[in-house]
Design a protein around this ligand. Sequence first.
Ligand SMILES: [Fe+2]
Length: 239
Amino acid sequence: MEQPLLERMTSAPFEVQDLESGCSIEERITRRIDEFMAGLPSPERLSADQRRGIIARYTAVLEGNFIYWMTGAYLSVGSEQSRSIILDNLREEVGDCHPGMLRRFAVAARAVPTDSDAMAVSQDLMNVRLFVGRLSGVRLVLMMAFFEGLIQRFMPFLAELAERQGSREREYTDVHGVCDVAHTRELFRALAAEMALDPAASEGDLLEGVELLNTLLQAIVHSDATRYSADAASRLTAR
Ligand SMILES: [Fe+2]
């Protein structure tokens, strides 16, 4: 007898297929993460101010928004399995006070966000907030799975920036380099449960939230460079 759809999808979460592209959603997410990692600048080639800016913009975004995004995911899902996975994630985030860990990390690296750090990412952050507010379960869980998958690979880069700023504070980067591996896996299980529950929501552009979050993360890392190249481009066209 054929295994029920929900059971098949939740026991093999990484096999969830994107009907549009034909490849697994996890493959598409992994490719996005690979591209992001390949585009990171070398820490040794950054100035102290550029290193400070990346840590400060990362802190400006993550300190006050991760719990909000994950709460949005909780409100948007329909299956008990997803609710329980997301609650576990939130319990750890709040119980271990991850925003406090991130604040200590930024303070130790002398990279507490300023007004201009917050302004540099504000439009891209607003776009993500508006997307989260739509409470679209499948797309939002996928966005969070992308985030957790990317962050655990991003942590060594962030830790190196802080170290080059003279910081020895490693709790935030150590914790997120490890626990987010399990979080990513669990969120893909939640995704499978949501797709099985609401097949209609699994059609169309599933990576909508992923793309918006990717743009925001690019702004965190490349804000200075992007501004520089936009200025350079406008100077060239003005000639
Ligand atoms: Fe966290």
